[in-house]
Design a protein around this ligand. Structure first.
Ligand code: ADP
Length: 375
């Protein structure tokens, strides 16, 4: 019990004491008629009921009756009720306290119910608003997905046009410049020989870039449905495709047991092939030594392709996965800079992510995750 809950009783007691003191001072004048005293007490009981409910009102009624009996009813100071009229006053006090208190409780209950109803209504409105907002977001998302699909289709269309329509004139440029080189090398001056060489090189490189771009644009649009794939078979096929390069560079390739995963077989071959060919290409002066392994971590398989090559400075670890990003001159290392962008797209299409850990001259480890799905 704290002071807050006792306050109504104190307040009732104090007001009855004040009223008693007041009327008791004038008892000689009012003894013949007790109605002003009774009326004042009843008002206090009513006030207690309307502010604090039945209990403080009954308490005020008891104190009022005691005060009346002790100080005002005849014979005075004797604390006994001698007249049936006084009984009537006592009963009236209790009835007033109980009825008014009940009325207060009911009114409060109704008020609380009204309040709760309003709260529920507000809650419902909030929920409806949230639901509307969610629906709007879903609609926006669907619109954006449609837009993305459309722009992907456009990109694919563009890549097709680029590869098909642009390749034809490009092939002409390449073959005629090669013919020029063949027939006129040494017959014109040295400058002319150099220019022809540049043209041939540029045309061939452009052909390669266009083919790579076509590959890149087809990862999501032309991907096959996922099926269970044994990643050791995938690795073996990638190694077979790179047989010549591996032989030329005396590369050592080893691997730990690799899991069966859900994926697109040919894209996974391409992924391994890109990572392996980079590991061989960027080997520096040492014999390439590459190890492939996989570990389960939570819901994902984490694959590692570790090499002993030239390494990559930390500031380039993100950039190398963007289209046409390269860290070296073409004279140093060949390539168009799209291999890792394609690898990233493949991994993301499979629901995973790809990253590299490396330091300059300390080799590189490329990691990628593939969700461990059964179907
Ligand atoms: P490309 O091999 O055609 O240059 P990639 O997209 O495959 O293009 O690679 C981008 C760049 O990342 C490379 O030019 C190279 O600088 C760097 N890189 C990729 N793999 C390795 C690796 N295993 N070791 C060192 N550098 C690498």
């Amino acid at each position: 019990m704290n002071f807050r809950s006792l306050f109504p009783y104190f307040a009732a007691l104090l007001s009855i004491l004040i009223v008693t003191l007041f009327f008791f001072s004038f008892r000689n004048f009012i003894l013949s008629d007790l109605s002003p005293v009774t009326l004042s007490f009843i008002i206090i009981v009513l006030l207690c009921a309307s502010f604090w409910g039945t209990r403080p009102a009954i308490f005020a009624a008891i104190i009022s009756i005691l005060s009346l009996a002790y100080f005002f009813l005849k014979p005075i100071y004797s604390f006994q009720v001698s007249d049936p009229k006084d009984w009537f006053i006592i009963v009236m006090f209790f009835i007033t306290a109980i009825v008014a208190g009940n009325l207060y409780t009911r009114a409060k209950g109704r008020e609380e119910a009204e309040f709760a109803k309003k709260e529920i209504e507000n809650l419902y409105k909030d929920l409806q608003k949230e639901n509307d907002e969610r629906k709007q977001i879903e609609m926006d998302l669907r619109a954006r997905t449609d837009e993305l699909t459309r722009s992907n289709e456009e990109l694919e269309q563009f890549a097709y046009v680029a590869s098909h329509d642009l390749q034809e004139p490009l092939r002409l440029v390449a073959s005629f410049s090669q013919l020029l080189a063949l027939h006129y090398k040494g017959k014109l001056d040295e400058e002319a020989d150099k220019y022809i060489e540049y043209i041939v090189e540029a045309a061939l490189r452009m052909q390669q870039l266009i083919l790579d771009l076509l590959d890149y644009s087809r990862i999501t649009t032309r991907g096959k449905e996922f099926a269970p794939v044994n990643s050791e078979n995938v690795l073996n096929e990638a190694i077979l495709n790179l047989k010549v390069v591996i032989g030329e560079n005396n590369a050592i390739i080893s691997h730990e047991p690799l899991p069966t995963i859900m994926g697109d077989y040919s894209q996974l071959v391409q992924l391994f092939q890109n990572l392996l060919s980079n590991a061989i290409k960027f080997c520096g002066d040492d014999q390439p030594n590459i190890n492939i392994s996989a570990e389960i971590e939570g819901d994902n398989w984490v694959f590692q392709v570790k090499d002993n090559g030239i390494g990559i400075e930390p500031q380039y670890h993100k950039r190398i996965f963007e289209v046409f990003e390269r860290l070296h001159e073409r004279s140093e290392y060949s390539g168009t800079g799209i291999g890792l962008a394609i690898s990233k797209n493949i991994v993301e299409r499979h629901g995973g992510r790809i990253w590299v850990e490396s330091e300059l001259n300390k080799g590189s480890t490329f990691y990628f995750t593939i969700p461990n799905r059964r179907k």
